[in-house]
Design a protein around this ligand. Structure first.
Ligand SMILES: [Zn+2]
Length: 269
């Protein structure tokens, strides 16, 4: 599933490549991913000029002269810049541009491509619920936010309405770097632990961001991200030795999700 390193990388690539292009038309093979009927969608975006591309949480936001095209890849997928001579095997939508290039979007399972008018971006029902992008928070704002929270530290980081962008892949290394058990109550964290967690969020996400995201997602040009399995510290490494203390990594159940932890570096109590 794409998270901030992948989504922010795609948005940056799209901003660089798509800005200034004119959308001629859109072929929609999966109308269910839209929030409006396909002909209406086409009516709104045809002849729109792309102004910029950014992201909020796991949503990619394409600003055009007609309004916003909002893309959410769900469990994953590919957004590829190509042309009609080199189409990928699978796609659910194709945006054809004035310069004979096109953008194809594929979802592995299910995703969203929504349209909203310029002034509707703040009331879009799914975007309006999101907290700030986790990497956009400075330490002071982050500390203020976390100190108002209740519940467990992992649940907080995964709750997109609190902070947006972390999912089930990067969370394990973030908590490992912070020496925090996923079930630690936020109310019991010391100021040092809150500071360490802020730093660990940066250290757990930015190396992948710098490499264009993880290997299991493709970039706009059809190449795999540069953040590899060997770059992951303890996530998905059950029964491997902890890189710090050598204890065996455990896979444990935390709520409805699994967590990978070092039992010695991340004690529960
Ligand atoms: Zn350890």
């Amino acid at each position: 599933m794409p998270e901030i390193p992948e989504i922010a990388s795609r948005a940056a690539e799209m901003n660089k490549e798509l800005t200034g292009k004119i959308i001629l038309s859109v072929i929609i093979l999966q109308p269910k991913c839209l929030n409006i009927p396909p002909d209406e969608f086409n009516h709104f975006v045809s002849n729109a000029v792309i102004e910029s591309v950014s992201h909020h949480g796991k949503w990619i936001k394409v600003k055009t002269t007609s309004g916003w095209v909002l893309i959410n890849l769900g469990m994953g997928g590919e957004i590829l810049l190509t042309n009609r001579e080199k189409m990928p095997e699978k796609y659910r939508l194709v945006f054809d541009f004035n310069d004979k290039t096109c953008l194809t979007i594929n979802f592995w399972w299910f995703g969203y491509v929504h349209f909203c008018r310029v002034d509707e971006i703040h009331t879009h029902p799914m975007l309006a619920k999101l907290g700030p992008n986790i990497l956009d928070l400075n330490e002071a704002d982050y500390s203020t936010l976390i100190k108002t929270q209740r519940g467990k530290v992992k649940a907080f980081l995964l709750d997109q309405s609190k902070v947006a962008g972390v999912g089930n892949a990067y969370i394990h290394d973030i908590l490992f770097l912070a020496h925090l058990h996923p079930n630690r109550p936020i109310a019991g964290l010391t100021d040092d632990e809150i500071h360490n967690l802020f730093q660990s969020v940066q250290d757990g996400l930015r190396p992948s961001l710098a490499k264009g995201g993880a290997f299991y997602e493709m970039n706009l040009y059809g190449q795999k991200g540069g953040f590899l399995m060997e770059d992951i510290l303890i996530g998905y490494r059950e029964n491997s030795p902890c890189p710090v203390c050598g204890s065996l990594i455990l896979k444990i159940k935390t709520g409805s999700t699994s967590s990978f932890i070092c039992p010695r570096c991340q004690p529960e109590g």
